[in-house]
Write a protein that binds this ligand. Sequence first.
Ligand code: FUL
Length: 448
Amino acid sequence: MELKKFLQNAAHVKPTTNQLQMLRETPFYAFVHFSPNTYTNLEWGDGTEDPAIFNPTELDCEQWVKAIKSAGMKGVVLTAKHHDGFCLWQTKYTEHSMKNSPYKNGKGDIVKETADACKKHGLKFGFYLSPWDRNSKLYGSDEYNTYYKNQLTELLTNYGEIFYVWFDGACGEGPNGKKQVYDFKGYIELIEKYQPNAAIFHDTGIIRWCGNEAGAAPYAQWAVVPVELCSMNKPQTQGALVEGDLSFSYNSDIAIGSLETIIYSKGLVFAPAETDMSIRPGWFYHEDEKPHSLERLFNTYINSVGNNTTFNLNIPPMPNGKFNDEDVKRLLELGEMLENEFGTNLAENCEIETLTGYGETQPEYIIKLNGVKKVKYVELAERISEGQRISNFAIFTKNKDGYYNKAAQSTTVGSRKIVKITLTETDEIKIRIMASRDVPDMEWIKVY
Ligand code: FUL
């Protein structure tokens, strides 16, 4: 296939409604890791923990939700079951659950309390249900897939609207030393049946992993990637050199989706990445750990939501069932900083002129601000519903003498790109698209 045609096809690979909702409406949400690990001070329980240790005497899911909301997040993803197999809800299928916790004399349901708090405060609710289960005696047999699907069905049908189901890729040994072959196809069919609007996180697609758990998504960020990496998604176009037989793996150092990586692929799919990290070093609460700095969290936001990925930030409750005050404070600070930095669009109601002198795929956008403004960030957004196109662009600011100074050069845009520039006083900004797979379709340009 001719290269130009191949790239144009790549530029028209489109998201599903569910993927689009994640990118546009819910790009920033919270993980909540809570399990017997919270009481044993571990990251991975082995499934032999006594359910009686799980006793959040001051559980306050509204406190979680309010703190999460204060950071500007739009949803919560609760670990309904982590690798230790302990279930945070009243499941019919195991005793390794809230039924044997002293909390509310075995009648507690933390999935329900979290879902209710989300509903009350206007956040979306989703869950993580670990396929790897180190407690279930069925693990390693076909019956385990039935067990898992039964639990999934409970979670999909009893807690209202679910926006996201997070499948952990981890697959270790169960209590009898056996490994499980997961029936992901069957699991996903249940989600499509009961919660057709839910997005899915999985390392084979829908929403894919960014490649590390440190909040560091690769800088050039494509949502259109080789089907070999995200086999769960439907290929929308063929590869260019279908002879290739490459295998792809998650590697944070590679810009997956760049020309070098798609050219040998058998087909292309739409699969945006999620950036995930914890506010503290561990996913679960450990008393000796401290929350990351505000600067690190803010920069991660820029490099995730502002870099064509979603951002899943974990906050671990303490053994008493509350978020630590330091985490609550940090979340509020983050929300305030996001509001201070991005709350006022200096290009609102400004004239934006599009020039196509260099050709249609290399337009220039001239943003005439209303007077001289102090500019710190430029935010671009492609009309991602129609696909991702831009692969290189530069930002210029006009100086007092009427000349343009180059303020930044960058790569992909996608659903949203936030570029930090050196604080500059200017009354005019020029964005020059240097390379694009097809004619760019800009949904918005904002200046802060
Ligand atoms: C990993 C798990 O093993 C960690 O415990 C944590 O849940 C993280 C989000 O995913 O695969």
